[in-house]
Each structure stands twice: as C-alpha cells, then as structure tokens.
Design a protein around this ligand. Structure first.
Ligand SMILES: NC(=O)c1ccc[n+]([C@@H]2O[C@H](COP(=O)([O-])OP(=O)(O)OC[C@H]3O[C@@H](n4cnc5c(N)ncnc54)[C@H](O)[C@@H]3O)[C@@H](O)[C@H]2O)c1
Length: 266
C-alpha cells in the first residue's frame, strides 16, 4: 500500500463516525493526512478520532445546520492551518426517516425538504466555506459521497435518490467552475457497503444484493476509503468532475444478468 501519499495534507471527513466515513478517516490518516472527524454523533466522532490518534480531531456538527458547517471549516483551519481535502459524506440515513421516503405521491413535503437540506445543502455549504481556504493554498480536492440511487430508479426513497443525483450535478459544476483554481471535485458512488453486523441483521437484503453483484463478496467501508484516498492524492491529480461507482459491478450489467446466470438455458 502506498504510504505518506497525503503527507502534510489536512482533510475533513463528514459522517466520519459512520461505516464509510470512519474507514476513510483512518485511511487518510494512515497515508499522512491530519483529519477532522466530523459527525452529528459525539460518541462516534470521538471514538474514531481517539482510535486514529494525534493526527485526528473530532468535531461535532449537524449537516442540516449551516452555521455548524461553517464552524467545522473554520475550526479545521484554526487547528491545522489549512484545508486540502473535503470529503462530504454525511447523509440523512435514520431508518425511520428513510421509511417515510417513499414515492412521489406519498412522500410528505417536509420529508422531501429535510432530505435536500441535509444531503444537498449540507454539501453545498461545506464547499462554499472550504473552497476559499483551498484557493488560498493553491488548490484542493473535494470528494462527495453520492449513491447508485442517483443512477437508477428504485422502488422507494425517491427523495434520497434525487438528492444524490443533485450531488452528481453539483460535483460536475464545482469541478468546472473551480478547475482553473486547481480544485478538483469528484463523486464516489457506493453500491451496498456493509459490515458483518448489518449482514446478520438483514440477511435477505444481502442475499438479493449478492445475486445481482458480479464480484463474489460484499463491499466494505475500506473499499470506499481506498477510492477516496486515491482521488484525494496526487495519483488522482488529473481526474475531476467524475462520478465513480464502487459497487462490485452492480450497475455494470443488464437487468437480466442474475436470471440468466442462474438459468443458462434461457
Ligand atoms: N452504506 C451503503 O450501502 C451506502 C450506499 C450508497 C450510498 N451511501 C452513502 O454513503 C455515505 C455514508 O454512509 P454510511 O453507510 O457510512 O452510513 P452510516 O450510517 O454508517 O454513517 C453515516 C454517518 O453520518 C452521520 N450523520 C447523519 N446525519 C448527520 C448530520 N445531519 N450531520 C452530521 N452527521 C450526520 C451519522 O451519525 C453517521 O455517523 C452517505 O452519504 C450515504 O448516503 C452508503
């Protein structure tokens, strides 16, 4: 594994207490970055930052509260002197809330608005405050966590899918508008990214996902972390404005794939 690729860089990882964010904060730190582990959950942010060690600090914020996002960016600059990498990754994922995110007929307008407020405006506000600091040091990298829900329709979660599609458009516009300032912006699009605890809780969901995924294993936070670290490093220095799937091939194939490999006579 490449080491010290991010030596001297300063990163913010939002949702840093969660599955993907924690793995990413650990990976960026292991490659030399100083990391702000930013999350709504104090317990999660502090635990991840403590685990990483001296080069990480927890920051408690709410992606739905613009003032707390501004404070996250300003605190990063005060504590570490600069911002090189912004990984916008927090999203509204509370199970009860997601269950209310159904279809266009039945979703409530407050649920729609709340989704856009956290998932889209939260990323916008972070970029708004971070980009001037990136400009001041000659460039920077933004990596937005999107979702395959932006790239294909689903039976539910219309607001979530639309919010992630907005992230893909936001990514391309930021890449275009700030490229000449040496600021890159890409989106990473996970398929199912899971862990043993979720596998045990939702075996049927995992079985369906496995059926439709060409690669013979489940995705882990570490898979996303490796992609984010690559994009954040100089190894990704000519890549901008892209939406990159990390999904074991889930969206790469024909919808009939699973039926056909299970019944070759078709
Ligand atoms: N895991 C997957 O299968 C999957 C698939 C597609 C997209 N994603 C995206 O990946 C990102 C991370 O997901 P994850 O699987 O790590 O989820 P997770 O639930 O493990 O982590 C999310 C983290 O975000 C924090 N958070 C939630 N709301 C917040 C808010 N308003 N302000 C600040 N922090 C907040 C939570 O406390 C949690 O620590 C999300 O953007 C999600 O939409 C995940």
């Amino acid at each position: 594994m490449p080491v010290e690729r991010l030596d001297g860089r300063v990163a913010i990882v939002t949702g840093g207490g969660g599955r993907i964010g924690a793995a990413t904060a650990r990976r960026l730190a292991s490659e030399g970055a100083k990391v702000i582990v930013a999350d709504r959950s104090r317990e999660a942010a502090e635990s991840v930052a403590r685990d990483i060690g001296d080069c990480a600090l927890p920051f408690i914020f709410d992606a739905g509260e613009p003032e707390s996002i501004r404070a996250m960016v300003e605190t990063t600059v005060q504590r570490f002197g600069r911002i090189d990498i912004l990984h916008n990754n927090a999203a509204l994922l509370d199970v009860d809330f997601l269950n209310s995110d159904t279809d266009v007929v039945n979703i409530s307008l407050p649920a729609w608005d709340k989704t856009m407020e956290v998932n889209v405006r939260g990323y916008v506000v972070a970029c708004k405050h971070a980009i001037p600091h990136m400009r001041a040091v000659g460039g920077g990298v933004i990596i937005n966590t999107s979702s395959n829900a932006a790239l294909a329709g689903d039976s539910a979660r219309i607001a979530y899918g639309a919010s992630k599609a907005a992230i893909n458009a936001l990514t391309r516009h930021i890449a275009t508008q700030h490229g000449r300032e040496n600021i890159r912006c890409n989106a990473v699009s996970p398929g199912l990214i899971t862990d043993p605890e979720l596998e045990a809780r939702f075996p049927d969901l995992h079985a369906v996902s496995a059926r439709h995924t060409p690669l013979p294993r489940y995705g882990r936070g570490e898979d996303m972390a490796a992609l984010v670290a690559f994009l954040a490093s100089d190894d990704g220095s000519f890549i901008t404005g892209q939406v990159i799937c990390c999904d074991g091939g889930m969206l790469a194939h024909q919808p009939t794939y699973a039926d056909i490999i299970e019944n070759p006579s078709l």
